[in-house]
Design a protein around this ligand. Structure first.
Ligand code: SF4
Ligand code: SF4
Length: 428
């Protein structure tokens, strides 16, 4: 990196220091409690994976640019500015060893939201040209094709036909005035199309009016993962435009963790106005149907099932009780793993880590934490509600030679629908 581009890099970091970030750095008492909350530290015991340490370039810029002692030290030549070598080294800490799971933020005694600061640092790092190639590629595909995995409309249409044949139901597309617009993640479209069949079955039984959009079906937001707000904004805008055009009452975020955070919590801030519709997670919708007596199930899973809380849905999204209500409907031996709900451990692959091949070895190493949770209760099946988690959970279980199936909660509910037999195989 040339002197001029390094200067731009430092400027990019400086630009990210807002009031919360400055307050968090001033408030940090260096207690180290965040370390024991982060699986990248607990599973490696390497101090470089301490959450607050991952923020060091940003802290350094804050100190040197915005504090009296930092400015004085710089003027006297007592402190060095951030170097290009540091940014290169920190790229792996910021992108490969942080899933932005927010567990560290939960334990900080002074209330520092470390995950928020990691996001700010990613914004600066991306602007300074320090982002992993895998994430850059995914983001480019999201902008040019509409999906980070390069999934185009014909691929979705093929999966729609496939699921229509399998379920005997018509899957609605571009229906004006439907109550719900359902989003899908590209991982669901390509790896788990059964999710689409599952919602078709459930919504048919519950008589829910819903549609997909041919113009905005992708839920994931790689702009959030890489840390580029303009891209995140554009991806949110595509959904908002489609939802408002179809005049739906609500948009359903699918079984994808960060997609929910992106559209529900970040979305209105990104576009600078409230949406003209609600955003709900599929588990919230299913639980409302359950509570209203519109979800009629039969039979129970008999194996010992447990639930992996996707970080962005449970901890950062607040959807904690709903999956438990739903599991109790269909699982006779549902057991919580230790450290569950909002304090569950991350699978190790969120926040763009799974799109970053460079991080593969590390994410599998830290899966040891999930293994310990599962071993502690003798789990025979693992249910979750995020397709990214599912892929990584399957990877991790294989790596550790654990023969435990990973199930989607929505699909599991659909398997137990009371009227499933009555319509299967018959075209509506
Ligand atoms: S957000 Fe999660 S992965 Fe990132 S530093 Fe905190 S605990 Fe670790
Ligand atoms: S837990 Fe909070 S106060 Fe303690 S070191 Fe981490 S960020 Fe600083």
């Amino acid at each position: 990196m040339s002197g001029a581009s390094l200067e731009r890099g430092i400027h990019a970091l400086k630009e990210q220091i807002d009031a919360p970030t400055a307050t968090f750095f001033s408030a940090c008492v260096h207690c180290g409690m965040c370390a024991e909350a982060c699986l990248f530290f607990t599973e490696t015991r390497d101090p470089k994976y301490t959450p607050i340490h991952k923020l060091e370039p940003l802290r350094k810029v804050w100190h040197q640019e915005y504090t009296f002692w930092g400015k004085l030290g710089r003027a006297l030549g007592l402190t060095r500015p951030v170097t290009d070598e540091e940014l290169t080294e920190w790229e792996t800490l910021v992108y490969d060893s942080c899933t932005m799971c927010g567990r560290c933020s939960m334990v900080c005694p002074v209330g520092n939201d470390i995950a928020y600061m990691i996001r700010k640092l990613r914004e600066g790092m991306a602007a300074a040209g320090h982002a992993p190639p895998g994430l850059i590629g995914a983001t480019r595909r999201a902008i040019t094709i509409g999906s980070p995995m390069g999934v185009k409309l014909p691929a979705l249409q093929a999966q729609i036909r496939h699921m229509e044949e399998e379920t005997g139901l018509t899957i609605p597309v571009d229906v004006d005035g439907a109550e719900y617009l359902c989003l899908l993640s590209s991982m669901e479209i390509m790896n788990f199309p059964e999710y689409l069949g599952a919602i078709a079955r459930i919504f048919r039984q519950a008589n829910v009016s819903w549609t997909l959009s041919s113009e905005a079906f992708e839920a994931t937001n790689s702009g959030i993962q890489i840390g580029v707000s303009e891209i995140a904004r554009e991806l949110v805008n595509r959904i908002v435009t489609a939802a408002e055009k179809l005049k739906v009452k609500a948009v359903i975020s699918p079984e994808c963790g960060h997609a929910y955070m992106a559209i529900r919590w970040e979305g209105p801030n990104l576009i600078g106005r409230p949406f003209g519709f609600k955003v709900v997670h599929i588990l919230e919708v299913l639980d409302q149907l359950r509570a209203g007596g519109r979800l009629r199930t039969t039979g129970m899973e008999t194996q010992r099932l447990t639930y992996h809380d996707p970080c962005q849905i449970s901890r950062r999204g607040g959807v904690v009780q709903q999956p438990r209500n739903l599991l109790n409907l269909v699982a006779e031996d549902f057991v919580e793993m230790p450290d569950t709900g909002t304090m569950n451990w991350c699978c190790g692959a969120g926040g763009g880590v799974s799109s970053n091949e460079r991080a593969d070895e590390l994410r599998l190493k830290v899966f040891n934490r999930k293994k310990a949770q599962l071993d502690a209760i003798g789990a025979e099946g693992l249910v979750s509600a995020c397709s990214n988690c599912r892929i990584h959970l399957e990877d991790g279980l294989e790596e550790y030679h654990m023969d435990i199936p990973v199930l989607s909660l929505t699909e599991t509910i659909a398997e137990h629908l009371a009227d499933r037999e009555s319509h299967e195989g018959k075209q509506e």
